[in-house]
Structures are given as C-alpha cells and as structure tokens.
Ligand binder design. Structure first.
Ligand code: ZN
Ligand code: ZN
Length: 175
C-alpha cells in the first residue's frame, strides 16, 4: 500500500509520495497509481527504489514485521538541534499520534464551508519551526478592515491550536 492511500500515515510524512503517483499517472504505470499493489518483497524494493530516485532521497530502510514489509524513504537528515525544534513544535491530539502544531480560528474548529484563508500556503512545505495558520471568511473580512493584528481581530478570531492532521481535515471541510 502506498502511503498516500494509507489513512494512518501522517499527512506530513506521506505528502511527498503524491509526486510518485503523479509520475505514475503520466507514465500510465498502474503500480504507482493504485493505492494497493499486488506483489512480493521485491516489488516493494522496486517501488521504494523508484520513489527514492523521484524524491531525491538520501536512503531507504525496511522494517520487517510478522506479516508486513514496511519501506521508508529518507528525504533529509536532521541534526539533534533540528530534531529538538520539531519535537517542541509537535503536539498530540485525541485522534492523532503526533503532528506539528497549527492554528485555526475558533469558528473553523467544528464547522463546514466557512471559508479557509491561510497565512502560509499549506500546499507548500514550511520551515521546521513554522506553523500553518488559517481563519474563516468572517475573520478575513475583519482582517481586511483592521489591516493589522489588532486586539479586536485577536479576540474575534480566538485562534486555537490543533494538530496538523486536524488542520488538513478542517481545510478539506471548509475550503
Ligand atoms: Zn473565524
Ligand atoms: Zn489531530
């Protein structure tokens, strides 16, 4: 199973594999476009090798378990300091194992179709110590009126911390 098809893989981890799927689409190579692929251990290595080349990986790794072979592709190397930054910027929520912090206005938390305005485009990767932030249409109107991070805006938006996994779910519901 490709990680882009795996509901339990964090978005941050699986997002790069979309590039592999896109490449499979242009080449009409179904083993790279189907979420679940029939094959053996070597099929797994082949797909891992292709992924490593397409994503400019620095290495790959296989985790054996009783009935699964899990293949990891490493895209970058972190220093201990960078790892500490990530750890401090990571939270646990009730639903997700561990993900980076993100901020959304209080109106978006349990809502649908409220609009979704982002401080930074979340389709692009961000710096390790950065966080995605978004607010609804009503907040955006007030933001344009206030033209700064005023107390009025802060009180109205009442930004809440969510995990990045929840952030992308909220984005899907409200965009
Ligand atoms: Zn809002
Ligand atoms: Zn979450």
């Amino acid at each position: 199973m490709w990680s882009w098809d795996n509901g339990s893989t964090p978005t941050l981890v699986k997002r790069p594999t979309n590039k592999v799927r896109a490449y499979g689409n242009t080449k009409k190579y179904t083993r790279m476009t189907a979420g679940l692929v029939d094959g053996d251990e070597y099929t797994g290595w082949e797909m891992t090798a292709i992924t490593a080349i397409l994503l400019n990986a620095i290495g790959v790794y296989r985790v054996p378990s009783d009935h699964l072979f899990i293949y990891f592709v490493f895209l970058n190397q972190l220093t201990e300091e960078q790892f500490e930054v990530i750890k401090q910027n990571t939270i646990l929520c009730d639903e997700h194992i561990s993900a980076r912090m993100a901020l959304v206005c209080s109106h978006l938390i349990n809502a649908d179709d409220k609009g979704f305005h982002e401080a930074i485009d979340s389709d692009e990767p961000i710096e390790l110590d950065d966080n995605y932030q978004a607010w609804c249409d009503d907040c955006e109107r007030l933001w344009l009126q206030e033209e700064e991070l005023s107390d009025t805006f802060k009180a109205f938006a009442d930004m809440k911390v969510v995990c990045e996994e929840c952030y992308f779910k909220i984005k899907d519901r409200n965009l």
